[in-house]
Design a protein. Structure first.
Ligand code: SF4
Length: 333
């Protein structure tokens, strides 16, 4: 589809046939299984100042934390004991060294048998290489918006080209690479979103994350309207149709925006859910946006709820590691 067609499908027409088509594409390319990835938000320190995000460095209202390696490993072990085969280690974009992470990545892989995904923001090529050498399998770095003017307005201390250079570096180093966008940023247009979908198609990443913007009162975007659920699902569905073999999560932000958001996302292209294994003590402080769906959920309870929902939908938890579909293996890499 070209930009005009995508913009038209985003802004008008019955969404049901679009969602049904995306669901059929998901079934054909990714099967019926839903991959579970355990997320551990191990630090909320961030050196950047994105206008939409509660972790921004100028937000003095949040209590900063960084989990110790033992705490991170404990959370990963809890995920492995729950049968989850991927641990996602996520933090703000810290300037601090990555030293403690290197042995931890190896331990999670060797001792727990889990694949490791990282989401740590922009790093140098040498740092990415060191993380890959330490054993990390995957890396998530969303471009957030492909609209350069909007990018500069929302991420004043990031460089648009450098962001895409980072994504290219990750791919060239052999990471299974994930990227994606935010839907509903103040000032975003339907054509911007159509551009995001085209950029995703061009990048052909292993994973795509489409999240709605949720306004955070402790940021410069306080009081602006949140992203629209239906628009988020339209972007998700069109991204699935245009990039059929990517893994796509029903994100926590979609689940936060609507209590049935996970089921709705799974019905229009998503095939991944990321239960939160961050210790409950720290969760309220990883406040990118308020009201996060997983803030109080015990992981075992949320997994039980996920299983119930999947059963109702005739879906099941996918076996194996759920590597990118172009990485033909089913063992930790
Ligand atoms: S979006 Fe990422 S880089 Fe920007 S402030 Fe939030 S955590 Fe930091």
């Amino acid at each position: 589809m070209n930009k005009e067609t995508l913009a038209r499908k985003l802004s008008s027409g019955d969404c049901l046939p679009l969602f049904q088509m995306a669901d059929a594409v998901r079934l054909r390319y990714c099967g019926n299984g839903v991959h579970l990835r355990a997320i551990v938000e191990f630090s909320n320190y961030c050196s950047k100042n994105c206008l939409y995000c509660g972790l921004r460095r100028d937000n003095k209202k949040i209590k900063r934390y960084r989990m110790s390696p033992a705490e991170i490993f404990g959370a990963a072990r809890q995920a492995a004991q729950a049968g989850i085969k991927t641990v996602v280690l996520q933090s703000g974009e810290e300037k601090a060294g990555l030293g403690e992470l290197f042995p931890l990545i190896g331990r999670i892989k060797k001792e727990l048998g889990c694949a490791v995904t990282l989401s740590l923001g922009e790093k140098t090529a040498a740092e990415y290489r060191a993380l890959k050498d330490a054993g990390a399998d995957r890396y998530l770095l969303k471009f957030e918006t492909s609209d350069e003017k909007l990018f500069r307005a929302c991420k004043p201390d990031s460089d648009y080209s450098a962001r895409f250079d980072c994504i290219e570096t990750l791919v060239s180093l052999g990471f299974q690479t994930g990227t994606g966008n935010i839907v509903g940023l103040p000032g975003q247009t339907v054509r911007s979103l159509a551009g995001d979908i085209l950029r995703l198609k061009e990048l052909a990443p292993d994973m795509i994350s489409v999240t709605p913007f949720i306004s955070n009162p402790d940021t410069p975007f306080a009081g602006t309207p949140c992203g629209d659920l239906e628009m988020t699902l339209r972007v998700l569905a069109l991204s699935r149709i245009e990039t059929p073999d990517a893994h796509m999560p029903a994100t926590t932000a979609i689940r936060t925006l609507h209590k049935e958001g996970a089921g709705k996302a799974l019905a229009c292209g998503a095939n991944v859910i990321m239960p939160n294994f961050t210790p409950i003590l720290y969760r309220p402080h990883y406040s990118i946006y308020p009201g996060k769906e997983s803030i109080i959920g015990d992981p075992s309870v949320s997994i039980r709820d996920i299983l119930k929902m999947l059963e109702k939908m005739g879906r099941k938890v996918a076996p194996g590691y759920g590597h990118g579909r172009r990485h033909h293996t089913d063992s930790p890499l």
